[in-house]
Design a protein around this ligand. Sequence first.
Ligand code: GLN
Length: 483
Amino acid sequence: MHQMTLAEIARGLADKKFSSEELTKVLLARITQLDPQLNSFISLTEELALEQAKAADARRANGESGALLGAPIAHKDLFCTQGIRTSCGSKMLDNFKAPYDATVVAKLAAAGAVTLGKTNMDEFAMGSANESSWYGAVKNPWNLEHVPGGSSGGSAAAVAARLLPAATATDTGGSIRQPAAFTNLTGLKPTYGRVSRWGMIAYASSLDQGGPLARTAEDCAILLQGMAGFDQNDSTSIDEPVPDYSASLGDSLQGLRIGVPKEYFSAGLDPRIAELIQNSIKELQKLGAVIKEISLPNMQQAIPAYYVIAPAEASSNLSRFDGVRFGHRCENPENLIDLYKRSRGEGFGPEVQRRIMVGAYALSAGYYDAYYLKAQKIRRLVKNDFMAAFNEVDIILGPTTPNPAWKLGAKNSDPVAAYLEDVYTITANLAGLPGLSMPAGFVDGLPVGVQLLAPYFQEGRLLNVAHQYQLNTDWHTRTPTGF
Ligand code: GLN
């Protein structure tokens, strides 16, 4: 039962092969049994799950239908869930019970999805390995000595280990696509503004975007359908109609123009990954796609620009966690300054403190022009590169990451080494474009992802290409041993 995809679950529920309650019980038992190896959940919400499953079964008995009605999912622990701990992977919010549901949570609940729990994540979504969580590192089910990627490592590890079929995640600089690549999943970061950020605890507001993590493009289409849409509570949400993502999955790829940036195949890329990417290109050519070499000349500037902009926004967003308005409060403060200092010093981990300091520095008088303003200019150049490329091609294809999942602890002493691993993903966030990662093979038993980028609001095109690829390859069906 745990092997089923969302699409298979929807068919099984519609055909009355099993109930949502039965399935929910099976998955909750599986999580209890297997998750101690992975640490992918921060909170399990058993009571809520069983209540929602029963309600979904009752709605089906009354003649309602829908792909998410009775479907078990989990939320990354930065989506606010009413009355349930929403920790953001931080000691700072260990005791925070959100007073309301995030729009994404409310929308999925209304569609009948069943919340099994809240998944582990890098503290405040800062990281690429899921090692900065206050609740401990998450392990990669493909090799328990390796990281699952981050910051949505809990959602990725849980779905890859078949503890559940799909989960929500967020992507500020790659945190949906990179863990998807490291755990053999399909993950989609939508266009900025496509999915509401209301109730999603902010890391870098101009970059953050929620999206689905699942095993197939077909399932990402189902979950995205439930998440996307205009929200008047989010002033950056865009009032564009949401297309039927499942309806375009079957479109032919005949004549699809795929751009492959020449800068992607430079020295930093593991040659074994380069070869797998070339194989995926050949596969898509067989399906009728036409390949064109393109150039994204400002790509190398994207990492330094991102690592100024994201910390700058974070330093501002995280100022609310001061022990007064939000978050952990220290014992017996001597005065107000002592309260702030110790509450923040105790509540935030080292990576979060580092980013707040970098961000505050980049925004300070005298340095603003040299760092923040410069980074924003680079951001525009990165966007312009994409706009020029999309005049010539329909999709951009390349690796999701330069290397496969590294060993736990391998990059802990050198944060910049981890930042460099984001080279292929962060440009989409800087430009606000949609991006998808899908399984493309293995290196030393570890999964490798291929990334597809599309013009604004072309999530349907990404899902279509990935689905056609998945109909003709079986990488996405591989299961990690022991799960
Ligand atoms: N690795 C990037 C960072 O640490 C991206 C994280 C994310 O997308 N949330 O900022």
